[in-house]
Structures are given as C-alpha cells and as structure tokens.
Design a protein around this ligand. Structure first.
Ligand code: IPE
Ligand code: IPE
Ligand code: MG
Length: 260
C-alpha cells in the first residue's frame, strides 16, 4: 500500500489518484430498520450490527487499512428511549469484554473519541481499559466514536484554545487549521479518505465534520447488519475510481493546458 495521508496531498508532485484509503470512517446506520423489516425488536438489529462491526474490523485488517473509525453512538442518540440507550451501552460493554483480547492479539490499537464525562463510570473504565490494553498495537488503528458529536468536538476545541489564549499560553494569531486540528479528539490522525454510510441515508449526522472536508462519500442502500466484506470491498473499489482534486485540477487538465 502506498504510504500516503490525505491531510496535505501534494497533487502537483504526485498526481496519481490515491487508490487505497488510509483512513475509512463508517456510519453504521440502519440496525433498527433491519430488525423492523424482519418483525424483530430493534435490539436484535443492534446485536446483528455488532456482528457486522466485528466483520468490518477483520476486513479492515485484511485490506491493510491504517485507520478505521466507527460511529457507534452519537451525542444525539441520548434522545432515544432509555431502554434502547441501555441496550446500546450494554452492547458496547459486551464488545469490549468479549473482543478486547482478540483485538489485542490482532495488533489493533484502539482509540476512543467523544465525550466521556456523560458516561457511567463502568463504561468509562472499559473504554480506558480498551485503550490502555492495546496502546502498543502497531496494526489497524480502530477509532471508536462513542458519545461523539462533531459540533461539540469543534466547540470544545475552540473553548480550549480560548482558555489557552486567555492565560497567555498562545497568541490567537497562531491559530491556523493545523493548530486547531491539534485540539480535536482526532489530533494526529489523518483525515478520513473515505466515509461509508449504510441504510440509504445521505447525511453526516454530526460525524467528523471538520475532518471530512475532502473525504469521499459512499452511501450504500443496505442496512448495517448486512454490511459484509463484499460491500466493504465494493465501497473501497468505488473510492479507487474517484478522482480526488483537493481544489486543484486534474492531471489530464494540466497536460492539456501544457499543450495549449
Ligand atoms: C444505527 O442504527 C445504530 C445507532 C445509531 C447506534 P439505527 O438504530 O440508527 O437504525 P435505524 O436508522 O433506526 O434503522
Ligand atoms: C448516526 O445514525 C449515528 C450512528 C450511526 C451512531 P442516526 O440514526 O443516529 O442518524 P439520524 O438520526 O438518522 O441522522
Ligand atoms: Mg439510524
């Protein structure tokens, strides 16, 4: 795999399309509808969604992706019925308790993004344990967006920078995009090259809004529990066929401009 990150592409120096995504984000949507269409309770859709997540991690490892970010629970998901929220919290616990050892063995490094303060102490402890236990991983970086919201993340970064400026630690004039990004939860992580959303919805729903500035989007009509290796491969293939420009011009346009 070519070692590229999408943050600072030098299109002029390397005009080839970036065929293999370094970082893929997935908005795992449609569990409820998957269940409803089978006459099952929503929790069954979430359970099957967890299976699909396990499969997606295996596929990401096989595809040698560097980063996989999975949107597991949004800050707005608290507005769901308390029983469903409890089910989702229970599934996160089950995922970490059951899968942590295997993930560690597979050399996965886990990072959690989102607000931890609102979570119960046992969940916070498990998230911490997942990060600590896998901190030496040199394979896939699995980023779990849990109780995550992009607007809240951006507001928190602005607040942190304002505090630093107020205490004289930084000069507001020094705040540029890179400095700002260094205060986001994803500091040090390359922006997602590809964002996949299942369920047919075509929106971000408050996922990685800063980081997605130049991401390619693939919206799949299938629900998350049906997201398998084939669907993942098709999305990566579609990404490979896209032409990323980052505001520049296509290589073909450059060549024809040179001829005229
Ligand atoms: C995604 O599936 C899981 C979470 C948001 C946690 P949904 O629960 O949103 O399923 P639909 O969109 O209602 O079908
Ligand atoms: C986005 O899905 C959040 C996750 C997948 C965790 P939602 O189902 O919450 O999004 P909306 O409400 O359809 O926009
Ligand atoms: Mg949904």
């Amino acid at each position: 795999m070519r070692s590229v990150t999408s943050n600072k592409p030098d299109v002029a120096a390397d005009p080839r399309p970036l065929r293999v995504p370094v970082h893929v984000g997935v908005i795992m949507d449609g569990n409820g509808r998957w269940a409803a269409s089978r006459g099952l309770p929503r929790i069954e859709g979430h359970r099957r969604g967890l299976e699909a997540l396990r499969g997606a991690v295996r596929t990401a490892i096989d595809f040698k992706l560097d980063y996989l970010t999975v949107y597991s629970f949004s800050m707005e998901n608290w507005s769901r019925p308390v029983t469903e929220v409890a089910d989702l919290m229970g599934l996160l616990k089950r995922f970490i308790r059951n899968d942590l050892a295997d993930l560690k063995k597979a050399n996965v490094k886990i990072k959690v993004i989102g607000r931890r303060d609102d979570l119960k102490p046992d969940i916070r402890a498990l998230l911490q344990e997942a990060e600590t236990a896998t901190c030496g991983g040199t394979g896939l970086n699995l980023i779990v967006a849990f109780n995550y919201g992009a607007r809240q993340e951006i507001a928190a970064a602005a607040r942190a920078l304002a505090e630093e400026a107020r205490s004289g630690l930084i000069d507001p004039a020094d705040i540029d995009e890179a400095f700002f990004a260094s205060r986001l939860d994803t500091a040090g992580v390359p922006d997602p090259d590809l964002i996949i959303r299942t369920s047919g919805e075509q929106r971000l729903s408050n996922f990685l809004m800063w980081q997605a500035a130049y991401s390619e989007f693939v919206f799949l009509p299938i629900h998350w529990p049906d997201f398998d290796r084939k669907a993942f491969a098709a999305a990566v293939e579609e990404f490979g066929a896209r032409e990323r420009r980052f505001g520049g011009v296509t290589p073909a346009a450059t060549a024809s401009a040179a001829r005229t």
